[in-house]
Design a protein around this ligand. Structure first.
Ligand code: DLL
Length: 442
């Protein structure tokens, strides 16, 4: 049961309301434990810290964190599958893995104690989002090695909500269950939430009025405010977003409360830093940069200063919900998926923001990048909101011209824009793949 109840809803754990000094004291104590644990139990970390000239006893204040070298995804690949584990296999009770686009997957493991921490972390996120023991939560993430589905299952059960472990896909059946079971919370990626609403409409069900859905907890991929607005409108709900990654437990790292002013980080279990992705320099509060996370409670797989590649900023002013934990802004892109087009840096999320603010366009789009001669070219396919628009060539051309102009003025890029029929682009049941980069293919 949530411990604190105020006018903005419940807070699961008092640790979410500690003052900054108390949070920092907990962080230091746990950081010292984590560094020692990694140093003593993981030969790879011992070698890494030795070559940086650092002993666990050198970590005397939180400022000493900066001395520790970063961990990157490649460290996991080099140590595939269990080289970074700090406990014997007999103590591991769960494995998960995230599929990379290249090479071996990233394997992660949990002890019994890790599982209890993970459950607690997700319970907090779920509570922030408004879900409680009265709710019926339908999980539309794919079950399996992905941490999203089981992670949310554990946290939702911890708060006492009833879980329907639907998995992703089988969309018509999802809608039928929503209707028949009276589902009140949908757990999915934002792109799949949009797709499900379309299928419901096709089935003659108005998602906003024929279902009991109140909440959506969206995560696993980014989305813009415009996409959230569209999800709220079509489903008639209040959607929040949450963030995490397999190497850092999975979901449970941070989530939005109902004040929607950033995602609260569970700071008694994580230290967050923002760095300049090019130089590695730590940036001051409020700066946009790459998120680096040091989890503080991981037994099976300690990780020091993990470079997430996700671009965000941190804010510590107190939130109206009563939580004192730092918040991270929406992920605005990844340092590794930044597109460089003729020297201009562009994040796919910026293109999405432009498209979704234009009336007449649906929320589905696809970005294709290719080379013409030596030049980078970008093509954006966007679905029209209404098939009737295809009938007026003049209107279509005007709209297309408007989209091109907006992309040019906001992002400084010249894109070929194709307006396509509603429902003609690929839909995704898991994480959406919006960008197809064909530059390496010639
Ligand atoms: O996606 C964990 C998760 C599942 C979080 C469900 C929340 C809900 P991975 O498969 O390891 O773990 O992928 C991690 O997904 O580095 C981000 O790039 C992206 N990501 C996850 N949540 C968000 C979000 C899970 N809310 C990678 N906004 C991360 C933007 C997100 N990107």
């Amino acid at each position: 049961m949530a411990e604190i109840i105020n006018q903005n809803g419940r807070i699961w754990n008092r640790n979410e309301t500690l003052d900054r000094q108390q949070i920092r004291a907990i962080q230091l104590e746990k950081l010292q434990w984590t560094v020692k644990h990694a140093y003593e139990k993981v030969p790879y970390y011992k070698a890494k810290l030795d070559s940086a000239g650092i002993r666990p006893t050198d970590i005397r204040s939180l400022a000493d964190l900066e001395k520790i070298p970063f961990t990157v995804k490649d460290d996991f690949r080099k140590n595939y599958p269990f080289g970074l584990f700090a406990v014997p296999g007999s103590e591991v009770v769960r494995y998960h893995a995230s599929s990379g686009t290249t090479g071996k997957p990233t394997v992660v493991g949990y002890t019994k104690k890790d599982m209890a921490v993970w459950r607690e972390l997700v319970a907090r996120i779920v509570t922030m989002a408004g879900v409680c023991e009265q709710d019926i939560a339908q999980i539309a993430f794919g079950y399996g090695l992905f941490t999203g589905a089981l992670g949310l299952t554990h946290g939702l059960e911890e708060v006492g909500a009833a879980v329907i472990p639907m998995s992703s896909g089988n969309t018509q059946k999802q809608i039928m269950f929503m209707q028949d079971f009276g589902t009140t919370a949908l757990i999915s990626t934002p792109s799949y939430a949009l797709h499900m609403a379309e299928i419901a409409c096709e089935m003659g069900i108005d998602p906003a009025s024929d279902l009991k859905l109140k909440w959506a907890l969206l995560g696993g991929e980014g989305s813009t405010e415009a996409m959230r607005t569209e999800i709220n409108r079509t489903w008639g709900i209040f959607a929040t977003e949450n963030y995490g990654m397999s190497e850092l437990f999975g979901p449970g790292l941070s989530g939005e409360c109902q004040a929607l002013s950033g995602m609260h980080i569970n700071e008694d279990h994580y230290i967050a830093e923002i760095i300049d992705p090019k130089t590695g320099e730590v940036l001051p509060e409020g700066s946009l940069g790459e998120l680096v996370i040091t989890p503080l409670s991981k037994e099976a797989l300690p990780v020091l200063r993990y470079r997430t590649k996700d671009i965000t900023s941190l804010h510590t002013e107190i939130c109206t919900c009563g939580r004192t934990t730092a918040r991270m802004s929406k992920i605005s892109g990844r340092s590794d998926d930044m597109l460089i087009l003729g020297g201009v840096n562009v994040f796919p999320s910026q293109i999405e923001s432009v498209i979704l603010c234009i009336e007449g366009l649906g929320p589905h789009y696809q970005i294709k990048i290719f080379k013409k001669g030596y030049l980078d070219k970008i093509e954006v396919d966007v679905e029209l909101a209404d098939a009737n628009m295809l009938e007026s060539f003049v209107m279509l051309e005007q709209l297309r011209g408007h989209v091109c102009n907006q992309l040019r003025s906001v992002l400084g890029i010249d894109a070929q824009v194709n307006l396509v029929e509603p429902r003609s682009l690929t839909r995704f049941e898991g994480k959406a793949k919006r960008v197809i980069d064909m530059r390496g293919e010639e």
